[in-house]
Design a protein around this ligand. Structure first.
Ligand code: SAM
Length: 266
């Protein structure tokens, strides 16, 4: 079937059968896995996924594509939500279905919503076994980036707080139709069962992360103004002349917890 792709829904359909098989292989699917595919589109991954699964749930915003998929697959095989994934309540879905095993999330994500979609899913990390996404290669590099690199920033910190990040393989643009402007890559995210560096206040952690990475060329002393003084840096055993971009997740969590415990609470 040929479909006029809708740009506003980030529709770049995957057509390279070798890449599709490579994705299926790295998933190591088990028949009874509880898989949700985000943005099934014309079903490039949906059909191959269903060859390995007894059932699949998909979330697709485009009504025409949702209708098409409903005609292709029986309701016993495929549960379809014609919805915006950013509004989909994964926790409620999990509860309503009375699931005993965590979800596996898969998707060739629409590039225009990939970052908000990742942040939305992080909120439900505790009910997710793993996530495999096709993303812009540049986004995968940011997810996996280490302190000190130019890709390292808010996205790296927030995703690495919740998940282990494993880039899996790169995908050339020609694997899609229409051909996008940039290269893609598949990434695996595995939520930590126990967070290696837990924060005491998530909102504070989020706002500090945003604050310091909007000032990445400044010194830590300037980036953390007015929250931290030189004495605080001494107490934290941290060089105040460093740049925010060299802070590890562990150190940023340490600073957050220090501020939470020592500052601004009456
Ligand atoms: N999985 C298909 C493939 O690999 O060929 C399609 C991938 S295409 C990059 C992204 C898909 O996500 C499209 O089908 C698009 O309609 C759907 N989509 C876009 N925005 C969405 C949203 N907010 N919620 C759910 N699906 C969305």
């Amino acid at each position: 079937m040929s479909w006029a792709p809708r740009k506003r829904f980030g529709q770049n359909f995957l057509h390279d059968t070798d890449i599709i098989q490579d994705i299926i292989q790295v998933l190591h699917l088990k028949h009874a896995d509880e898989v949700i595919e985000i943005g099934p589109g014309q079903g490039a991954l949906t059909g191959p996924l269903l060859q390995h699964l007894s059932h699949l749930t998909v979330i697709e915003i485009d009504r025409d594509l949702a209708d098409f998929l409903k005609q292709q697959y029986s309701a016993s095989q495929l549960t379809l939500f014609q919805e915006d994934v950013l509004k989909f309540d994964f926790r409620q879905y999990f509860k309503q279905k009375g699931l005993r095993q965590n979800l596996r999330i898969i998707g060739n994500l629409p590039y225009n919503i990939s970052t908000p979609c990742l942040f939305h899913l992080l909120e439900s990390c505790d009910i997710i076994q793993d996530m495999h996404f096709m993303l812009q290669k540049e986004v995968v590099e940011r997810l996996a980036a280490l302190p000190g690199s130019k890709e390292y920033g808010r996205l790296s910190i927030m995703v690495q707080y919740y998940c282990k990040v494993e880039p899996v393989f790169s995908v050339p643009k020609e694997a899609f139709s229409p051909v996008p402007k940039v290269e893609s890559a598949v990434v695996r995210l595995i939520p930590h069962q126990t967070k290696p560096y837990p924060v005491l206040d998530m909102k504070l952690f989020q706002s500090l992360t945003t604050q310091i990475f909007s000032k990445r060329r400044k010194t830590l002393l300037n980036a953390f103004k007015p929250l931290l003084t030189l004495q605080d840096f001494e107490a934290l055993n941290l060089d105040s002349t460093l740049r925010p971009e060299v802070l590890s997740l562990e150190t940023l969590v340490k600073i957050t917890n220090y501020i939470y415990q020592n500052k601004g609470r009456d």
